[in-house]
Design a binder for this molecule. Structure first.
Ligand SMILES: Cc1cc2nc3c(=O)[nH]c(=O)nc-3n(C[C@H](O)[C@H](O)[C@H](O)COP(=O)(O)OP(=O)(O)OC[C@H]3O[C@@H](n4cnc5c(N)ncnc54)[C@H](O)[C@@H]3O)c2cc1C
Length: 614
């Protein structure tokens, strides 16, 4: 009996299927359950929604809160802020839509039990910065997950979704998804009228600074494996701004966040000789990007740029001056709690390296690049905007529906909307959930049809790495290098090396150019061929194999976008050495890509940036 015939297939019918139960997925599940009380809402997650996604470990601040009840900020202010930080290019309709609803989300979090710190004098939420409020967030994710669990008809944990299914009658309409249980090995076929993808962003597509035994120590969650992009790409959904990878300045080796340090503790940076260095690079940066360097706050990428230039000029290491703030016992406590609540690893790294920030100013570093849509970056799917404020170019269907019918997205999945963070991602999930309910209700009895041949073919494909390993494993007597298969870790390291060396990773100082990108694409093509020979020893490795598939496709998208945009829009994130300056005349626009899985070809185009806020 073949391996495939032995595997059980479980069928699940749903009205709305949510793929990924992180912040956006929990928001989508909660809101779909609220508006679609008669609908079957199913959430599927590769880990366990209780502690999954980028917020798994907890957070110390909610980074997106307007404070409209106290007239602190208005949604338009947030649009201006995000636009400025992203060097002019954001989907203002989508950002405005999140900003106008995000406060209500945060109020719900508090109602559900999330402790939010209060300013003892005003009674308002305690501000860490203009947009950030401080929380005791060790249990942030379980609190949010509880609301989603109660709203869902069913939650399936430990199932990795590998592919979306399409309608037999309409090739541009989604009909469900398939995946496998990473513990039991059962194959799952989800048939759904609408699918919301909320599967996070992508780490480990560029070689990380920490390799070998430390390779899991990245700023961005190592389990964020690009499914959010690969799943829609495989069914022809358009992506936007995939070149806009993000590089973070963080504490060295532990990647502890710097936000609370800068904003609340009022710490600042200096070079190895105790000098302020950012102003040194002002003229140089102005030469590259013009007036963007004069904006307030200075865009994140440009601050990275000054850091990188200073290090190249021999002024490194750059340090955070903590000694002054830590002289105040209250601030010292806040500084430690900040890590203990969300990045315990940083405290452990400091302890292991004899760094007490009270006595030693700790080093900072710039991370390897990551691909995501919710931080100081906006890669992701091209989505239809809200009915009341999206320009006609941005509206072809329901709010947050991609260019594939019935396929919605939220959080890191959706492009063009930077700075939504945890609260904004949950809010966008709510927006997508409500829109998906409307879509399903409008469809009435019209249910998409799934082809048995399609999911049976996918079943064979999904489990093939187990078979490849089983057949080839006896060709070697020791070690891990086989003539018949490659292991997921080998493929991952090859991917990271290609992206690092050719597409602007750390080893090339984030620099690339057309010849490097061309070679990078050739090597990615060869890697893609070899993915057909992946071997998986067990179900855990099978998950790694499919994560690698998703990462490779997303990497290809990143490389094509980087090639297409012939300017350097975000110095400090990456540099096109052959086009070193920002070019607003030709490139004040979005880049869009569409993948054709039959031909393997990528189609690139530009889309206009409409400014709806002055
Ligand atoms: C290091 C770091 C620090 C941050 N700090 C803050 C902060 O201080 N304040 C703040 O407000 N925000 C912060 N953020 C941002 C916030 O965490 C994200 O904006 C938010 O988590 C994005 O939500 P999401 O649902 O898109 O992704 P996630 O929350 O990451 O959820 C994605 C989910 O999809 C699941 N998944 C992935 N692939 C599959 C698949 N193939 N099948 C099934 N399930 C899948 C994952 O397991 C995960 O549960 C931080 C982010 C990071 C990375």
């Amino acid at each position: 009996m073949s391996l495939f015939a032995r595997r059980k297939t479980v069928f699940v019918d749903a009205d709305i299927l949510i793929v990924g139960g992180g912040m956006a997925g929990c928001g989508a599940t909660y809101e779909s359950g609220y508006w679609g009380r008669d609908l079957k809402v199913v959430c599927v997650e590769k880990a366990n929604i209780e502690r999954s996604g980028a917020v798994a470990q907890g957070l110390y601040a909610i980074n997106c809160y307007m404070g409209m009840q106290w007239n602190e900020n208005q949604p338009e202010d947030h649009v201006r802020y995000a636009r400025n930080d992203l060097m002019g290019l954001v989907r203002e309709d989508l950002g405005f839509d999140i900003a106008r609803h995000v406060d209500s989300t945060v109020h719900k979090f508090e109602e559900w039990g999330l402790p939010i710190m209060k300013d003892p004098e005003t009674g308002r939420y305690l501000r860490e910065g203009k947009w950030q409020i401080m929380i005791h967030g060790e249990s942030y994710k379980p609190i949010v997950a509880e609301a989603a669990r109660k709203a869902a008809t069913e939650v399936y944990n430990r199932i990795m979704v590998t592919h979306l299914l399409m309608d037999t009658a309409n090739p541009n309409r989604v009909a469900g998804a398939v995946g496998f249980n990473v513990r039991s090995g059962d194959f799952y076929v989800f048939r759904a009228k609408a699918v919301i993808v909320s599967a996070g962003g992508a780490s480990h597509i560029f070689k990380p600074r920490a390799v070998g035994e430390g390779m899991g120590r990245t700023w961005y969650a190592p389990w964020s494996s690009a499914s959010a992009y690969a799943l829609p790409l495989l069914v022809g959904a358009k992506m936007t701004q995939m070149e806009n990878r993000v590089v973070l300045t963080r504490f060295k080796d532990g990647y502890g966040p710097v936000g609370a340090y800068f904003l609340h503790l009022k710490t600042y940076t200096e070079n190895a000789y105790g000098e302020e260095y950012e102003s040194k690079w002002y003229d140089h940066t102005k030469e590259l990007v013009g007036d963007y360097i004069d904006r307030h706050p200075v865009p994140t990428c440009l601050r990275n740029h000054a850091f990188l230039e200073e290090v190249k000029a021999g002024g490194g290491p750059i340090r955070m001056v903590t000694k002054e703030a830590f002289a105040d016992p209250h601030l010292e406590q806040v500084g430690w709690e900040n890590f203990l609540g969300m990045t315990i690893g940083q405290a452990v790294v400091w302890a292991s390296q004899n760094i007490d920030p009270k006595h030693t100013n700790p080093e900072l570093t710039t991370s390897e690049p990551y691909v995501m849509g919710s931080h100081a970056t906006c890669s992701g799917a091209w989505a239809s905007g809200p009915e009341d404020c999206a320009p006609a170019d941005y509206q072809w269907g329901y709010n947050r529906m991609m260019t594939v019918e019935g396929l919605f997205g939220a959080g890191d999945t959706i492009g063009g909307t930077a700075h939504k963070f945890s609260s904004g991602s949950f809010t966008e999930g709510r927006i997508a959930g409500k829109a998906a309910v409307n879509y399903v209700n409008d469809m009435k009895g019209d249910r998409p049809q799934v082809s048995e041949a399609e999911y049976e073919d996918l079943k064979r494909l999904v489990f093939q790495p187990l078979e490849t390993y089983r057949v080839g494993r006896n060709e070697i007597v020791a070690g891990t290098v086989s003539p018949s298969y490659i292991l997921p870790i080998h493929g991952l390291q090859r991917l990271e090396k290609i992206m690092d060396e050719y597409v602007g990773g750390i080893s090339s100082n984030y620099i690339t150019n057309e010849p490097m990108l061309t070679r990078g694409l050739e090597l990615l093509g060869m890697l893609k061929e070899d993915l057909g020979s992946l071997g998986a020893e067990d179900l855990h490795q099978l998950q790694r194999a499919w994560e690698l598939h998703h990462r490779v496709l997303a990497s290809e998208s990143v490389t094509h976008h980087t090639m297409f945009r012939t300017e350097t829009r975000w110095p400090g994130y990456y540099y096109r050495a052959d086009h070193p300056k920002l070019d607003d005349a030709d490139w004040h626009c979005f880049t869009l890509s569409r993948y054709d899985r039959d031909s393997g070809e990528w189609a690139m185009e530009k889309a206009p940036v409409h400014h709806i806020v002055d």
